[in-house]
Structures are given as structure tokens and as C-alpha cells.
Design a protein around this ligand. Structure first.
Ligand code: TA6
Length: 277
């Protein structure tokens, strides 16, 4: 079943199916929970998340678009702060498919002077697939970067290993220094890395939950991995001080090379998440 509920003025599409449950906020086009039947939550949502239409929700899958990071204002683009529209939902034997759309408005054109049509599709079942298709509806070419900035729920970050994201990365904690590392990442400090030749899948080995979260991305050119660790968590009003212990972001990102779209052209960025035992 698909129902719409409202929480602090924010409309949430609730999906309940025998294979999985999920919630998607129209503010941000932002998935805030996903739980396959019989499993623990796959997606992390901050216990101090603020549901406020002027901000992005902390946790879930923020849609960073049409840029990634602080290259312009607002940080990570305006899509995660915009009101999306429920386009359609349908059910089949694999689960529920929900799609939302976002188009340019006077407010978006004041920030970024281009016409666009974005559709985000959530395929919710034993697996979760999120696909963001961006179409140029303008009369001139434009380009964009972005990310599906997924926050994953883990039992204990110090007992997590991430593999499969490739070797070379830019280290944002060291002024974007280009580094090469082994293909296994463990966590004992703030980690903020852009892996620039990502392979598929990236695997989060969540040992204490005795499961692996497999992340397969398409239409991307980077895998971003982020854990704020303690000091940064403490500095953020919408994160509890120790909540970094139960999350890690593994993102499907367009970072290295902006995608240029001619009028009428489209591009799809996606991430597919599978739980394995
Ligand atoms: O993807 C990693 C990152 O860009 C980090 O540098 C960190 O700032 C994080 O995203 C969260 O950004 P936000 O704007 O949501 O606080």
C-alpha cells in the first residue's frame, strides 16, 4: 500500500509491501527509511533530523543536485531543499515503484538559470534501486554534478570495512590531496574521501549486524565515502554526539567531470542497494 502522511508539515509517501517498507519525503525527493522484510533498517536517519522545509534532512538519501559540495550556494545544490511532486506509484511482484518529479521554478532559476525536468524513481522490494534522471528542457546546453548521498545504518562503525571503491581518492580532510590507498577502508577518525575510479559493487561489511550491504552505482564517476566522526557530529545540530558510530555514507556521485546535456538530452544516476548475509 502507498499512503501519504504528513510530519511537521512535510509530506511523506509511506510504502508498505510484504517485501519491504519505505518512506519518501516530498521535501527533497528524499528517501528517509527502507527496511526489507525481516531485516534491520538499511538506511540511517539521524535521531535529531530536522523536518523543516528550508533545510535538508540529515540521513536517508539526500539528492545533491545540480552540484556536489560547497562549490556554490546552497551546499550540495537545491534539489534536497526543494518540494518534489509525487508522479506515480505502482506495485508488482517485486515490490513498489514510486516516482517523483522536480522542475525548474522562478526560485531555482534565480539560483541556477536553466530549465530542467528531474524524475527520481524508487524501486522498493528485496533490493532498493534509486534512479535520478535529469533532462535538459531548456534551449541551451547546461551541465551538472551531484550525488545520491546515501547514509547507511551500521551496527558499529569501528567494526565496519568498506571494499570495492577503487584505489585512488581525493582526501577532503587533507585539502583534497590525491592519495592512493588499499581497497579496504576501516574507520577510526573523520573520513571524507572521493574515490575517483570507482568499481562496482562497493561493499559495506557490517560485521556486528552480520550482513553486507552491496552498493552498485551507474551513471557516476566517483564513490564518496564519509563519516564525520565525533567532533564534527558534536558540531552539527542535527546529529546526536555519538551518532557517527552507527552510520556511514557511501555515495553514487558525479564529481570528476560535469555531465553536459544538450537540449532534450537526459542522464541517469543510480544506486542499487542489496543486503547480503
Ligand atoms: O559527501 C561528503 C560531504 O560532502 C562531506 O564533506 C560533508 O560535509 C557531508 O557531505 C554532509 O554535507 P551537508 O551539507 O549535508 O552537511
Amino acid at each position: 500500500a502507498v499512503t501519504i502522511c504528513e510530519f511537521q508539515g512535510i509530506k511523506i509517501v509511506r510504502v508498505i509491501h510484504q517485501l519491504a517498507e519505505a518512506g519518501i519525503s516530498l521535501h527533497g525527493g528524499h528517501l528517509i527509511w527502507y527496511k526489507p522484510a525481516g531485516e534491520k533498517d538499511v538506511i540511517w536517519l539521524s535521531e535529531k533530523a530536522e523536518f523543516d522545509t528550508t533545510k535538508a534532512i540529515r540521513g536517508g538519501i539526500p539528492v545533491c543536485w545540480p552540484w556536489f559540495g560547497k562549490v556554490a550556494t546552497p551546499s550540495h545544490g537545491f534539489a534536497r531543499n526543494s518540494q518534489w511532486t509525487l508522479n506515480q506509484h505502482r506495485e508488482n511482484e517485486h515490490g513498489v515503484i514510486v516516482s517523483l518529479t522536480l522542475e525548474d521554478t522562478e526560485a531555482t532559476r534565480a539560483i541556477w538559470p536553466h530549465q530542467f525536468h528531474n524524475e527520481i524513481t524508487f524501486e522498493i522490494g528485496r533490493e532498493l534501486t534509486v534512479s535520478l534522471t535529469s533532462t535538459n528542457t531548456d534551449e541551451h546546453p547546461w551541465s551538472f554534478t551531484g550525488a545520491l548521498h546515501t547514509y547507511f545504518n551500521v551496527a558499529a562503525i569501528s567494526d565496519v570495512a568498506v571494499t570495492g571503491m577503487g584505489q585512488g581518492y581525493l582526501d577532503s580532510t587533507k585539502g583534497n590531496e590525491a592519495c592512493t590507498g588499499g581497497d579496504t577502508l576501516t574507520f577510526n577518525t573523520e573520513t571524507d574521501r572521493v574515490y575517483t575510479s570507482p568499481a562496482n559493487p562497493v561493499v559495506i561489511d557490517d560485521k556486528a549486524h552480520q550482513r553486507q550491504l552491496q552498493v552498485t552505482n551507474h551513471g557516476h564517476d566517483a564513490a564518496v565515502i564519509w563519516n564525520p566522526w565525533q567532533a564534527l557530529s558534536v558540531s552539527m545540530g542535527d546529529m546526536a554526539d555519538n551518532s557517527f558510530e552507527t552510520m556511514v555514507c557511501v555515495e553514487s556521485a558525479i564529481h570528476e567531470q560535469a555531465i553536459e546535456l544538450a537540449p532534450g538530452e537526459s542522464h541517469t544516476l543510480s544506486t542499487q542497494i542489496t543486503v547480503q548475509k
